[in-house]
Design a protein around this ligand. Structure first.
Ligand SMILES: NC(=O)c1ccc[n+]([C@@H]2O[C@H](COP(=O)([O-])OP(=O)(O)OC[C@H]3O[C@@H](n4cnc5c(N)ncnc54)[C@H](O)[C@@H]3O)[C@@H](O)[C@H]2O)c1
Length: 466
C-alpha cells in the first residue's frame, strides 16, 4: 500500500514539475516576444492593443466577427480616426503570422485560436434595456474560445465588468472543456485604460493592472504585458483588477456629476462655474478639477458604474453615489435644452419651428465616436419639441442609426450662411479645429455647453453657457 502511495506521489510530483516547466517555457516565450497573441474584438480597445503588440515584434492574430472591419483592415484601411492606416500598414500581414515572426493578421476565423499562446478578450460590455450588465458578448466569445481551448494557453479578459466575471462567468464556460483554470490553462483580468486620442498617453505607456485567477496565472499574464508595456501593476486577484477599473470610472462619473450639479446652481446664481473651477484648481493639493458638460458619453463612464450597482444588489446594498451621479449626468441634456428654450423665449421665439445647429455629435473632443453621446439625446429632445435640427461635426459625416436613435442626418458645412440661417448654434462637443470666433461672429445665438468659446472676445453677448 505504502509503495503504491509512493508511486502516486512520484507521478504527481513529476506531473507538477513538468507543468512548472511548461509554464516557465510559456513565460520565456512571452517575455522574449516569440509567442502568438490572439486579440478578440478589434474595436477602440482591441485595435490599438493589436498594433502595440505587433509593433513590439509579436505575432498577432486579431479576431472580429464583424467581417466588414476585417475586410477594411485587410485592405489597409483603418475605421478608427485616431489609429492611422499609416501606422497599421507596416504591421498588416496577408497570411497568418507564425510564432517568432512579427505582424498583425486580422481574421474572423476562430479556427486560428489554437495557434495562439495568449488570447485577449476586448469585446463590448454594454447594458441591457433595463440597465443591467449585458455579458452576452463576453459569454459568446468564451463559448467560441472553449471550442478551441488547449492546455497551456493564457486567456485574459480586458473588457470592463463587475468583480467576479473572470473567475465565475468566464472560468465557468472555459472549464466546460474539462480543462481547469490555474492548472491546465491560465486565466486573468487586465483592464484596458485607453484614453482615445490623448497624445500624452498610449497603450504602451499607460500602467497596466494585472490580476490572475491564481498567483501563477497573474505572473504569466504579467510576463506577456511586461514584454511590451512600460509599467505592469500586479494585484492579488482578477476581482481586485475588475473592481479597480470600476472605481476609476465611478470616480469620474461622480466627480463630473458634482460639477454638473454645481453648474446648474451657479447658473441660477449668475456665477461662472468654469471660472470657479479654475480658481479652485490653483490649490496645489487636495483638489482635482473636473469640468461640466452636456452629459456623459462614450462606452465607459455612462455604462460601467452600473455594472457595480447591479452586483451590489446581490449583497443587499444600494450604491447611492453611483445612482445619484447617473441621475444628474443623465439629466444634463434636458437642462441644456431647457436653457435654449428659455433664451429663445426671451427673444419671443419658440423652440418649435426654430432652426438649431448642433455643433459636435462625438462624445468627446476630436473623436469620431458617437456612442452614448449626449449630443444624440439633445438632438432627440430638440426634434421631439418640433425644432428643425441640423448638425456639423468634422469627424462624423453621417449619423448612422444606433441602438436608440435613427435621425437620418448628415453633417452640414459650417459656413457663414448656415450659421446665419440658424436661430441658435448649440455647442455640444468642443472640437479643437473649429474657428469659434467665426462661429460666434456669424451666429445669432450660441449655447455653449463646454465653454468652447472662452477665448472669443467679439460678440460675447450672443454666447449663453449652459
Ligand atoms: N473605448 C474605450 O475608450 C474603452 C476604454 C477602456 C475600456 N473599454 C472597454 O473595452 C471593451 C471594448 O470596448 P471598445 O470600445 O473597444 O468596443 P468596440 O465596440 O469599439 O469594439 C468591440 C469589437 O468587438 C467585436 N466583437 C463583438 N463580439 C465579438 C465576438 N464574439 N468575437 C469577435 N469580435 C467580437 C465587435 O465587432 C467590435 O469590433 C468594453 O468592455 C469597454 O468598456 C473601452
Amino acid at each position: 500500500m505504502r509503495k503504491r502511495w509512493l508511486e502516486w506521489a512520484k507521478i504527481a510530483m513529476v506531473g507538477r514539475l513538468e507543468g512548472e516547466k511548461t509554464v516557465m517555457e510559456l513565460v520565456e516565450r512571452l517575455r522574449s516576444r516569440r509567442g502568438v497573441v490572439g486579440i478578440i474584438g478589434l474595436g477602440y480597445v482591441g485595435l490599438p492593443l493589436a498594433a502595440t503588440f505587433a509593433e513590439g515584434n509579436f505575432a498577432v492574430v486579431g479576431f472580429d466577427i464583424d467581417t466588414a472591419k476585417v475586410d477594411e483592415l485587410r485592405a489597409g484601411r483603418s475605421y478608427i480616426r485616431h489609429i492611422a492606416a499609416a501606422r497599421l500598414a507596416p504591421l498588416l500581414r496577408s497570411v497568418p503570422v507564425e510564432a517568432g515572426q512579427s505582424g498583425f493578421y486580422p481574421t474572423s476565423d476562430y479556427g486560428l485560436l489554437p495557434h495562439c499562446d495568449a488570447i485577449l478578450i476586448c469585446v463590448p460590455t454594454p447594458l441591457t434595456e433595463n440597465r443591467e450588465p449585458d455579458l452576452s458578448y463576453v459569454t459568446s466569445t468564451a463559448e467560441a474560445i472553449a471550442r478551441y481551448l488547449r492546455r497551456g494557453q493564457l486567456v485574459v479578459l480586458e473588457s470592463t465588468t463587475y468583480p467576479g466575471t473572470t473567475d465565475e462567468v468566464l472560468r465557468g464556460i472555459l472549464e466546460t472543456t474539462g480543462l481547469q483554470a490555474g492548472t491546465d490553462f491560465h486565466l486573468a483580468f487586465s483592464p484596458e485604460r485607453e484614453d482615445p486620442n490623448n497624445p500624452q498617453y498610449s497603450t504602451r505607456t499607460i500602467p497596466k493592472l494585472v490580476g490572475g485567477y491564481t498567483r501563477q496565472c497573474g505572473e504569466v499574464a504579467a510576463a506577456l504585458y511586461g514584454a511590451i508595456l512600460e509599467t505592469i501593476v500586479p494585484v492579488s486577484s482578477a476581482r481586485v483588477a475588475e473592481a479597480a477599473k470600476l472605481l476609476e470610472n465611478i470616480y469620474r462619473s461622480v466627480n463630473i456629476a458634482l460639477v454638473n450639479e454645481l453648474k446648474m446652481l451657479f447658473d441660477r446664481m449668475d456665477l461662472d462655474v468654469w471660472e470657479i473651477i479654475d480658481a479652485a484648481a490653483t490649490k496645489p493639493f487636495g483638489f482635482t478639477p473636473f469640468y461640466p458638460g452636456p452629459g456623459l458619453g462614450g462606452h465607459c463612464i455612462p455604462i460601467d458604474p452600473f455594472y457595480l450597482t447591479w452586483k451590489a444588489r446581490q449583497y443587499e446594498l444600494t450604491t447611492r453615489f453611483i445612482e445619484l451621479a447617473g441621475e444628474i449626468n443623465h439629466a444634463m441634456p434636458g437642462f441644456v435644452v431647457q436653457k435654449l428654450m428659455d433664451v429663445l423665449n426671451e427673444r419671443q421665439r419658440s423652440l418649435k419651428g426654430a432652426r438649431v445647429l448642433v455643433l459636435g455629435v462625438a462624445y468627446k473632443r476630436d473623436l469620431d465616436d458617437t456612442r452614448e453621446s449626449p449630443a444624440l439625446k439633445i438632438i432627440d429632445l430638440l426634434l421631439r419639441k418640433g425644432a428643425d435640427v441640423v448638425y456639423h461635426d468634422p469627424y462624423v459625416p453621417v449619423l448612422k442609426p444606433s441602438r436608440h436613435y435613427d435621425f437620418n442626418l448628415h453633417s452640414v458645412p459650417l459656413t457663414s450662411e448656415e450659421l446665419r440661417r440658424s436661430d441658435a448654434v448649440l455647442v455640444a462637443t468642443d472640437h479643437a479645429g473649429i474657428d469659434y470666433d467665426f462661429l460666434v461672429e456669424h451666429s445669432p445665438l450660441v449655447i455653449d455647453t463646454r465653454n468652447a468659446t472662452r477665448r472669443v472676445t467679439a460678440g460675447r453677448a450672443k454666447i449663453v453657457r449652459a
